[in-house]
Design a protein around this ligand. Structure first.
Ligand SMILES: [Cu+2]
Length: 169
């Protein structure tokens, strides 16, 4: 009984895959011949190509438009995450003067960090981001060389809102 059902299900899945096999080449053949940079895996499988202008658009600000200027005497801006802080960055948003040293402190193995943007249910790593892609160790330092917005997210917990941005003036 169970074996029969499994076979039946298997046959249906096989038919579905065969159908997809017929449809997919038709979809792909109209696109670019080589995969574009910035493709990111999505939680449900497959990949998303970033929408045009995503990394320069409003989504790249990660909701940090009105981040207060962090008054720093001469120390670095420390952004903590994981552990007691939880699945988020603290501070999540910060505005700093150009040349400020930024230190990320937390467990990067549990919270691998990428420079990029979360947009409409997908995370897109920005291939041009100057933020260091970090997936090991407990500290990463970064000195922004240009004014602008530096958005980042945790590759595992971005779905839970673990993302942020540094605005450099
Ligand atoms: Cu995380």
């Amino acid at each position: 009984m169970k074996a029969w059902r499994r076979r039946e299900v298997g046959r249906r899945v096989g038919a579905l895959l065969a159908l997809l096999g017929l449809l997919l080449p038709a979809c792909v053949s109209g696109g670019a011949s080589s995969p574009p940079v910035g493709l990111m895996p999505t939680p449900l499988g497959g990949v998303h190509e970033p929408p045009p202008g995503l990394f320069e658009g409003p989504a790249a600000r990660a909701g940090c438009e009105d981040a207060p200027l962090v008054p720093l005497a001469d120390g670095p801006l420390v952004i903590s995450f994981g552990g007691a802080v939880g699945e988020r960055y603290r501070p999540r948003c910060a505005t700093v003067p150009l040349g400020t040293r930024v230190e990320f402190a937390g467990d990067f193995e549990t919270h691998p960090m990428a420079g990029g943007v979360v947009f409409e249910g997908a995370a897109y790593r920005d291939p041009a981001s100057e933020l260091p892609y970090t997936k090991a160790g407990t500290e990463a330092t970064f000195v922004p060389l240009h004014s602008g917005v530096y958005a980042f997210y945790c590759q595992i917990h971005w779905v839970l809102g673990m993302r942020g941005a540094i605005i450099v003036e």
